[in-house]
Unconditional design. Sequence first.
Length: 252
Amino acid sequence: MQPKLISIICPVYNAEKYLRNCVDSVLRQSYPYWELWLINDGSSDRSQRIIDQLTGEDERIYRIHLGQNEGVAAARNAGLNQARGVYIAFLDSDDAWHPQKLEKQLSFMLAQQADLSHTAYEKVNAGGKIIRAHVPVGIRAGYRELLRHNEIGLSTAMVKTSVLGGLRFMKVGHEDYVFWLKLVKLVKESKGLNEVLTTYRSHSGSLSHNKLVAAGYTWNIYRKIEKLSIFKAGYYFMCYCWNAGKKYIKRK
């Protein structure tokens, strides 16, 4: 495989508890051609000190300091504006990758001639205990599929940089969902690799724990951002609730 630089965008906000584990999962990657952008979004804990240590340990790790908390969308955008890779991968600071994540996903994208891809993942709690061993994905996710159900886990996604143009994250609730919806309009679909390559951490600070807030964000996306009619928005919102209900039952 011809080496292709992958830029990894990782916002950091008060992540001292999980940050080193997250970065260690990048350092363990079997694919070595990457650069990691750690964006400190105004953390008040020891995150900046840890970032400073990490940048001194590997020349492929870079830091951006925003000075004040501007939100995860602004942090990701700051990373995107500095990224130099042919591909961009996203990673949240409380998540982690399996060692062959980048290698397998890049090979998959090249074989599929895909501009955007996502993978299956496992879900763990704050202490690292597995809640769900395999959250599966389909072979593809187009615009309509994503309206019914956002199956693209942020830390599983990889995109070809050239297709982004000026597309950036919006400062709204579920900013990643909005980003995927906008992006699949450009690339038609995201290819799904149904192999667990990412560990997603669910804890009290994550949005997934507040279902009412998440539902409100989703409705706002349908009506105010995607500008769906009340009837279409209602249909896709019922799909959203159905899929959310299935996830809850599976956890039980």
